[in-house]
Design a protein around this ligand. Structure first.
Ligand SMILES: [Zn+2]
Length: 125
């Protein structure tokens, strides 16, 4: 899990721990590739039968979410990343498709002005 300039880690915060009970992943509120706003719920952690909603540390796109729900987590562990470079509002279209306005959050196909469904996977965008 090497950090890069555009990836902000989602870490297990210290408030997720009660007493000495183990922390584990509970539920991702976003799927890989989905856009998430800073402060919006991105993942739930569970500890001692209590779920904690973890806010996104940045605005961007969820990448590499951990799916190991059985793993015991420690405070400070990274469970996923927010890539801020592919956020739609700082979108920089590829040179060969200068009119593209973003990428499908499901399949990453390019989107163009007026598209309301992805041309590749037909997902609503
Ligand atoms: Zn698509």
């Amino acid at each position: 899990m090497a950090a890069s300039g555009t990836r902000v880690p989602i870490v297990v915060p210290d408030f997720a721990r009660t007493a000495d009970k183990p922390i584990a992943l509970s539920l991702w509120a976003k799927k890989a590739g989905q856009r998430v706003e800073e402060g919006a719920r991105v993942v739930d952690l569970t500890c001692d039968k209590t779920d904690f909603e973890i806010p996104s540390p940045a605005t961007g796109v969820l990448v590499d979410p951990s799916t190991d729900y059985n793993k015991e987590l420690a405070v400070g562990d990274v469970v996923g990343w927010i890539d801020t470079a592919i956020a739609p509002w700082i979108w920089d279209p590829p040179a060969e498709h200068p009119s593209a306005v973003g990428r499908c959050t499901h399949c990453t196909a390019l989107l163009f002005p007026g598209d309301f469904r992805c041309r590749n996977c037909a997902a609503l965008v």
